[in-house]
Design a protein around this ligand. Sequence first.
Ligand SMILES: Cc1cc2nc3c(=O)[nH]c(=O)nc-3n(C[C@H](O)[C@H](O)[C@H](O)COP(=O)(O)O)c2cc1C
Length: 201
Amino acid sequence: MDNLSEYHLCEDPISSWESWFKTAKEKEVNAEAFTLSTIDSNGDPQGRLLLYKGMHEGKFTIYTNLESPKAVQLAESKKASMTFFWPSALRQIRILGDVEVMEPERAEAYFKKRERGSQIASFISRQSQPIEDRETLLQRFSETEKEYEGQEIPYPKERWGGFYIVPKKWEFFHYREFRLNDRFVYDQKNEKGWNIFRIQP
Ligand SMILES: Cc1cc2nc3c(=O)[nH]c(=O)nc-3n(C[C@H](O)[C@H](O)[C@H](O)COP(=O)(O)O)c2cc1C
């Protein structure tokens, strides 16, 4: 495979990912933001931004409301795609993966490390459900704040947690002059390692 060294691509996509992500974090305000694409029960595609929350045993970690449309779609289809875009470097990484539900103890440990305000927001929100107005939301927030004054915010186990995305196909894209872009695919791993090839712009 050509140009591996030029783009710091490695034989292992996670090492390539780590190198591109490290470069992105030095320049981007929101290097962790990516588009999570899912499929709903009608087969319709759904995309929205999420924050990447670290790698665990080679799997991407995300956190969300477990009753939200995305969580239902992740749990039902068990498939997701993640797209990162880092404008400063004109780089895109696209990942196709299988979905696993995070162990509740791990999600709880993360919940407890969050800012109290974010804990309350997750505790009260029925994500993506209609609400009359912002006032109602703020009122629920302050009521909960008062109710748990001096105490821990209980971890809403049924409503909030994490997922892992286990990558099985990657594309590393680097924008070049005249759109003669460099694009490299890491496809399904086998006993010989990843199948890596260059694709056309
Ligand atoms: C920069 C950015 C980061 C976000 N990060 C998250 C996140 O980590 N988890 C989450 O549940 N929603 C996050 N959101 C909100 C989602 O984009 C989305 O509005 C929400 O999760 C509801 O999606 P759903 O109705 O498809 O389930 C983020 C939004 C933005 C703009």
